[in-house]
Design a protein. Structure first.
Length: 633
């Protein structure tokens, strides 16, 4: 029986036809398929499109990749203690399995290969005896909000997505209690998965066997519940977004918040464009929630799968939203904001109308993050005048955040790149008595607003709406930096008030390099070159006001100050920062680098205080030169 998604009339699955009905791939084929998969705490990713082309928008996957997907489901079920997933069951080949008490929430983004992978995951987990709650296409923050609000109703989630990677990629994210697994949990699951693929040669045939033996009524019941599960999840997600914006679970507080914004927008209308690029946000609450705030909303490319440009919401991929916003503003001046998400909808970058020029501009990722941090720290400080206050950010977040935090008597704690790292460190700081209302990765504009444990463009938009419409929040900021409070709070006035830094864009050409050497060798050579270059360039650097430096290295939630292997561990793949200081020892600029764990690139970034392009270009060229020379054979 065919099951369809009633919202967009897309096929979900046919309970009679198993996507695992094919001749088993050889062990060598499985190992080859695994070798191209990137396994990190941020997720597992590879090109799943059958031709191996990362821009292939076809829905088919190879037999080896389909089998890897089933084995990933086996690994998750095993980690949860499901009896039929254990090694003993695989070796004995027992089937069918009895229902366990473990519930797994499954969802996927809108990529073409996602539907077949979702079918494989849900069918395999059901055959293993798990209770599966299938949401089909849903935004990543939605599935995480569901298990954040109701942790007792899901032991884990299995989300199928490759986030901002090209359309031919896909992958898996795992987590529980509203966030992705911690580094320790993720590493354990990865190790279990690799052991199954590499050593348990009976596992693929076992999964085929139990899927074939499963009573089709069991899987049919999962598919019959998709619409109910999705609608309930959407309602929960909307509640959770309001909890986050209001910083309260009180429904009366939610109503007051909504009424205040509706009244404000009746007096001063605000309209928003969402260019959804066929992402999972197309199946989410965006229009319903934003219109409930009194905003006028125009959505473009809002059917899942209608991908019209590259997925990463950076640079030229924001151009359609930018030009449409400018056109709409000319017709209706209430159109001031636009956003573009990635495919799983857990991040979105912004465009806005500059009222001075009447032109739409792309709001750079670090500035988006800075405005959100400003809004959330200010709101929290107003509600909690004397509490310890902090924000947690990744290593390459611009130092403008430190200046903003200083205005609210808040501290800044840094960790390695990775959503799981900032979430875990924020939880640690809360246990130490800090309020941490906002955290995230400024380098990609990815803010996580507590109690959320994942990025969400709706939270970003609501932070900006609060800044624009709650005068008390903006007023505290302007007064704390000694500025006159503008008569009208606009994005222009807020952006102008931000500390000025010149920073490499995360997805700019200048921010990417490709290296051949191991991280261990590269960093050792880099440090030797840094010390010799420092002596040669000392006069030039001194003329720029740079007189000393310090080294900071981040691994997971830890940050170490010091140069050399004594301050590096494991594969030496953590973040590396050269902090440049003035004659008074004040940090003014930094050089940062780290190999991506989800893409085959080496990320580099320079952050310079001020708007001196010559200074920025000099430091960037030097940093890249150090890496290039360190990478030579």
């Amino acid at each position: 029986m065919l099951f369809y998604d009633s919202l967009h009339h897309m096929m979900i699955a046919d309970d009679q036809i198993s996507p695992l009905s094919f001749p088993l791939p050889s062990h060598e084929q499985l190992e080859k398929a695994l070798s191209s998969m990137i396994l990190s705490s941020s997720g597992w990713r590879k090109v799943f499109a059958i031709r191996g082309d990362e821009e292939d928008a076809g829905p088919q996957v190879s037999d080896a990749d389909a089998t890897l997907t089933a084995l990933a489901a086996l690994a998750l079920a095993r980690s949860l203690g499901v009896a039929c997933a254990q090694k003993e069951a695989v070796l004995s080949g027992v089937a069918p399995c009895s229902t366990s008490e473990k519930t797994i929430l499954v969802g996927l983004d809108a990529r073409p290969t996602g539907r077949v992978l979702g079918d494989i995951v849900c069918r395999t987990l059901t055959a293993l005896g798990c209770k599966v709650r299938y949401l089909f296409i849903c935004a990543a923050p939605q599935i995480m909000a569901d298990c954040n609000l109701y942790p007792d109703e899901a032991d884990a989630f299995f989300y199928i997505s490759a986030s901002h990677n090209p359309i031919g990629h896909n992958g898996f994210k795992f987590g529980s209690n509203g966030g992705v697994y911690s580094l320790t949990q993720a590493d354990a699951l990865t190790a279990a998965f690799k052991t199954i693929v590499e050593q348990e040669v009976m596992a693929p045939s076992y999964l085929h066997k139990i899927c074939e033996a499963m009573d089709v009524k069991q899987y049919r019941s999962v598919l019959q519940q998709v619409e109910f599960e999705r609608n309930r999840s959407l309602e929960r997600y909307e509640t959770f977004v309001l909890n986050t914006a209001v910083k309260s679970t009180d429904a009366k507080e939610h109503d007051r918040f909504l009424q205040t914004l509706v009244q404000a927008h009746q007096k001063e209308p605000l309209s928003v464009i969402g260019e959804l690029n066929g992402s999972a946000r197309s199946a989410s609450i965006d229009k319903r929630l934003l219109t409930s705030l009194g905003l006028k909303v125009l959505l473009l490319n809002d059917k899942p799968g209608d991908v019209v440009h590259a997925i990463v919401p950076e640079g030229e991929n924001l151009e359609l939203c930018r030009s449409t916003l400018e056109t709409m503003y000319a017709k209706d001046p209430s159109y001031r904001l636009g956003y573009v998400p990635d495919n799983d909808g857990d991040r979105g970058n912004l465009v806005y109308i500059s009222e001075r020029s009447g032109k739409a501009q792309i709001l750079e990722a670090q500035s988006v993050f800075a405005l959100v941090v400003l809004a959330e720290l200010s709101q929290t400080r107003l509600q909690n005048p004397t509490n310890l206050l902090a924000t947690v950010v990744n290593g390459p977040t611009s130092m403008r955040i430190d200046r903003i935090a200083l205005a609210f008597d808040a501290e800044v704690f840094r960790c390695e790149v990775g959503e799981a790292n900032v979430v875990e460190l924020a939880q640690l700081k809360r246990s130490e008595g800090y309020l941490v209302p906002i955290l995230g990765e400024g380098s990609n504009g990815g803010n996580i607003t507590h109690p959320a444990k994942v990025r969400d463009p709706l939270n970003t938009l609501l932070s900006l709406v609060k800044l624009l419409r709650n005068r008390d929040i903006a007023k505290l900021w302007f007064r704390s930096i000694g500025s006159q409070v503008p008569h009208s709070i606009t994005l222009d006035s807020l952006i102008d008030s931000l500390p000025v830094y010149t920073t490499t864009g995360s997805f700019s050409k200048a921010g990417k390099m490709y290296v051949k050497q191991s991280h261990a060798l590269l960093k050792n050579r880099y440090e030797a070159l840094l010390q010799s270059d420092w002596e040669e360039r000392k006069a030039q650097l001194s003329a720029m006001g740079i007189h000393s430096y310090a080294i900071y290295q981040t691994e997971g939630t830890n940050s170490y100050e010091g140069m050399g292997e004594a301050f590096r561990h494991g594969s030496f793949s953590g973040g590396y920062k050269v902090a440049l200081k003035d004659k008074d020892g004040v940090l003014t600029d930094y050089l940062w680098m780290r190999g991506s764990k989800t893409e085959p690139v080496f990320r580099v970034l320079v952050d310079c205080q001020g708007d001196d392009e010559h200074r920025y270009e000099y430091l960037l060229a030097w940093h890249r030169s150090l890496i290039e020379r360190a990478d030579q054979a």
